[in-house]
Design a protein around this ligand. Structure first.
Ligand code: ZN
Length: 668
């Protein structure tokens, strides 16, 4: 497929409105030197664009857009609705959010609109109408960026009323709702819709947002909140569409952010974009997983809307990116499907809480910095790569299921073990594939499973209608399914499947889990495989009985010593693996090695290597992205020797050493 942009967008958030005009032309000169070709503008300008209820002023934004247009920039134009002007709070206090503790907020901060406020919606769509009328036909505006980093929750009375309407549409009758949430428990039966209250600290939420008396209620609130914000996104999008039906419209997502069902959101976005802010100790495999998830949302190339050229400000320890790190991180992003590299931000702020957030131009105000030189090098390289890469596809034979309903329900569950964290669980299985350069797609529960040889469904706690049949068809037709403890436990409203765990997956797995033991951090058990090798296990241990499955390993201690810990079940033409406990890396690898053999899945290249190797393909060529993220130098595998490295223009040599943060893009 062709990319959605004519070239790789290179640039980022630019806020000339924070600066005197004497600086603007100097900015243009410096950016030109770095081959910056794109700017994201107007992200937080509502207060300037609309100084009062009845007054708009676009003169400064006109000048900014004129300047960038004359420079030939591809402009990403934001709608500014991510932060409300002060006058709106003063006149209409209901636009503010009410937080989890029930406190109604005042003017302040950002991402501060009650998603169900009609006042917010009225003024947001009016502002976007003004912007779209003015700029939607400007050919330099290549993308619209709605609001900013949607997120958070509101527990105001307005939202409560809207929640009741949402529930009525979903459940139709109050009896169905009582049943869905099992409200007979603790005598919570309700008789009227207006008896339902939002699950915050004043209601069925408990001391922290992770705990709730009724997970079914809280999961529905999460769905409602995600839908409400998505409704506001669509509202703004549709205003822009009225002025330009072909406009490319996005909003910046945040990887594994818990609050919004991004698979549902992605259906409404023209292109996915996201903000990548790994911490100083974030594993590279975790960042790769986030990229694969963001690509997986639409199964298409995405935009990297934000990353810092060097330093962040909002994490506990904001280390500098080491020399070469920003470049390598950028290429990892492109390797996993990005068609843009954009920074937050282009010039570092003079004040406010992000003044320590890195930028292309630092506080010194010149291009004579290490960070700028690295930005410039990358800009020159991306300019060379620009005709080749946009739109190139990533493909995979392995799909890992990621599902926001599961994320919510799994973490609301009271018991069996507080250390069960959804994203950590998914990541430890993802890491197996990352370490071996086996390409993975992160997929939703309603993906077309038939495209894959192997589906990995860790902690598939909530099995929604249709999934049992879809997974059974996948395995019956020859697929390999890997699932684990804490799977098949509840249906879509968090009520348990009766008749034995793992509920609807029982026939597929060929086992029955009678009990689930929980291990505290200081407790472990051992799993012993039939060949005598062992692995440590922790967190939970299912006590299972085989019902047709073969046991590959068993527990080595405790009263369930000898009971199966890993099983393999033939089902139709395919196989299901069940991991009954959370094993260490060697245990997971032992099982997944077998599963890869069953599924006939191979790595991007045949040779084992310490390098990360990822592949993107176009009709014309295949591009291997080879990167070293480890401290030790590693040799280039033989199969990638004697080929063209696009970054140097030279032939590669088999065995040549790659140091930390070295990158090659090898064309075949
Ligand atoms: Zn609200």
């Amino acid at each position: 497929m062709a990319g959605k942009f004519k070239r790789i967008l290179y640039g980022g958030d630019y806020n000339p409105n924070q600066w005197g005009r004497e600086i603007w032309s100097e900015d243009m000169r410096i950016f030109r030197d770095a081959r910056i070709n794109s700017a994201t503008v107007n992200v937080f300008s509502w207060a300037k664009l609309q100084p009062s209820e009845n007054e708009y002023n676009f003169s400064e934004l006109d000048d900014i857009i004129d300047m960038l247009s004359k420079e030939g920039y591809d402009i990403v134009l934001a709608t500014s609705t991510g932060a409300l002007p002060a006058w709106m709070f003063k006149k209409y206090p209901e636009v503010a959010r009410t937080d989890y503790q029930g406190r109604h907020h005042k003017f302040g901060h950002r991402h501060n609109a009650c998603p169900n406020s009609l006042v917010f919606q009225k003024y947001a769509s009016a502002l976007v109408d003004q912007l779209a009328a003015r700029y939607a036909s400007n050919p330099h505006v290549v993308c619209w960026h709605i609001s900013n980093e949607y997120g958070g929750e509101c527990y105001c009375e307005n939202c409560e009323k809207a929640f009741r309407v949402w529930l009525k549409n979903k459940y139709k009758s109050i009896e169905a709702l009582n049943k869905a949430w099992n409200l007979e428990f603790w005598g919570h039966t309700v008789y009227e819709w207006d008896e339902i209250v939002l699950p915050n600290a004043l209601g069925d939420g408990m001391d922290t947002e992770q705990n709730t008396a009724f997970a079914g209620l809280s999961v529905d609130y999460r769905r409602f909140n995600s839908d409400g914000m998505l409704g506001n996104f669509k509202m703004e999008r549709d205003v822009i569409r009225r002025y330009n039906k072909d406009a490319l419209i996005t909003t910046n997502l945040m990887g594994t952010y818990k609050g919004l069902d991004y698979f549902k959101w992605a259906k409404e976005l023209d292109i996915v974009s996201w903000d990548n802010y790994p911490g100083y100790n974030t594993p590279w495999s975790y960042t790769a997983m986030c990229h694969d998830l963001m690509r997986g949302l639409k199964d298409e190339p995405f935009m990297l809307m934000e990353q810092t050229p060097s330093q962040q400000n909002w994490q506990p320890y904001n280390s500098l990116k080491r020399p070469g790190q920003m470049r390598a991180q950028s290429y990892q992003t492109v390797a996993h499907g990005a068609d843009t590299i954009q920074f937050f931000q282009l010039r570092r702020s003079v004040g406010g809480c992000e003044k320590f957030h890195g930028a292309v131009i630092a506080h010194v105000g010149t291009e004579n910095t290490r960070v700028f030189r690295e930005v410039k090098q990358l800009g020159e390289e991306l300019e060379q790569l620009s005709p080749l890469l946009p739109g190139a596809a990533n493909s995979a034979n392995v799909g890992i299921i990621f599902d926001w309903d599961n994320y919510w329900a799994f973490e609301y569950t009271s018991g069996p073990n507080v250390d069960l964290l959804y994203v950590d669980q998914i990541h430890q299985y993802y890491k197996y594939f990352y370490d071996r350069n086996i390409a993975v797609n992160m997929i939703p529960v309603d993906a077309d499973f038939s495209r894959y040889k192997v589906i990995v469904a860790p902690v598939l706690y909530m099995v929604k209608p249709g999934m049992k049949e879809a997974l059974e068809a996948f395995v019956a037709n020859g697929g390999v399914l890997i699932t684990t403890y804490m799977s098949g436990i509840v249906g879509e409203t968090d009520n348990v499947y009766l008749g034995g765990y793992p509920g609807p997956l029982r026939a597929l797995a060929g086992i029955w889990a009678e009990e689930i033991d929980a291990l505290a951090p200081e407790q472990t058990n051992t799993v012993r495989f039939t060949d005598g090798t062992t692995a440590k296990c922790r967190i939970v241990c299912d006590l299972i009985h085989t019902e047709g499955a073969e046991s590959l390993a068993s527990y080595a201690s405790d009263f369930y010593e000898g009971m199966p810990a890993v099983t393999r079940n033939a089902y139709g033409s395919g196989i299901t693996y069940y991991l009954a406990t959370d094993m260490d890396e060697t245990g997971i690898a032992k099982v997944l090695d077998c599963a890869m053999e069953d599924g006939n899945v191979t790595a991007v290249i045949a040779e084992p290597t310490q390098l990360e190797i990822t592949k993107r393909t176009t009709e014309a060529a295949t591009y291997y992205f080879v990167m070293n993220f480890r401290d030790e130098a590693a040799p280039l595998p033989a199969s990638l020797g004697g080929k063209l490295d696009l970054l140097t223009g030279k032939q590669t040599e088999a065995g040549e050493l790659m140091n930390k943060f070295d990158v090659k893009i090898i064309q075949e």
